[in-house]
Design a protein around this ligand. Structure first.
Ligand code: ZN
Length: 201
């Protein structure tokens, strides 16, 4: 527990030492809204819940277990920390993206008619575990072993961050059809997932 607290505190201080000032995500001015926006097992699913600390960011959840809002918020913190460490965010484009995004969690995978694998190879009729649906919406399967670190959340957030920065989400990843995604982005995702596992998420 203490170890987790120390990691979390160092994460927070690293976010604050990145030049964005001490309250980058933590002003939490919408606190009353966040309090009332919570999963309700007595109501029908899917439900929409706001993600605390991230302005109007939200998630559509298929049950209360997938995922509690503070777990998703922590995943966002980890993602942003790692993004800043690797790429910076001088124009706050990535921060702004995180403050508007909607994550649609799903307990089932999907079949995609076409897309690209990580190395840029095109595929047809392939099982997928995540997808960018619009400028502000990503669809994400819940992940192996029901863990956010084993879902495609960070992968989809990189697409969204690239879109926010360059205007293009770079659908073919490390391939050369679209520009933006590099090996550094792939590595950043691996590091982010490792960091999230420290919180058992
Ligand atoms: Zn992708």
């Amino acid at each position: 527990m203490l170890k987790r607290a120390v990691i979390f505190l160092s994460l927070m201080s690293c976010v604050t030492c990145s030049g964005h000032g001490p309250s980058v995500f933590l002003s939490n001015e919408n606190k009353p809204i966040y309090k009332s926006s919570k999963c309700d097992t007595d109501k029908p699913f899917p439900q929409m819940v706001l993600i605390p600390f991230f302005e109007t960011a939200s998630q559509i959840i298929p049950n209360c277990h997938t995922y509690p809002k503070h777990q998703t918020a922590l995943a966002f913190f980890v993602f942003y920390h790692k993004w800043i460490e690797h790429f910076g965010d001088k124009d706050y484009a990535v921060r702004g993206m995180l403050e508007k995004i909607m994550v649609k969690w799903d307990t089932n995978k999907k079949i995609s008619k076409k897309g690209f694998s990580l190395d840029g190879t095109p595929f047809k009729n392939h099982t997928i575990i995540g997808r960018v649906e619009s400028k502000t919406i990503v669809w994400v399967w819940q992940g192996y072993d029901h863990k956010i670190s084993q879902s495609a959340l960070f992968h989809e957030l990189v697409h969204m961050a690239l879109r926010a920065k360059n205007g293009v989400a770079d659908a073919d990843h490390e391939g050369f059809k679209y520009r933006g995604w590099s090996l550094r982005h792939t590595n950043m995702i691996i590091e982010s997932k490792q960091m999230l596992r420290a919180f058992n998420l």
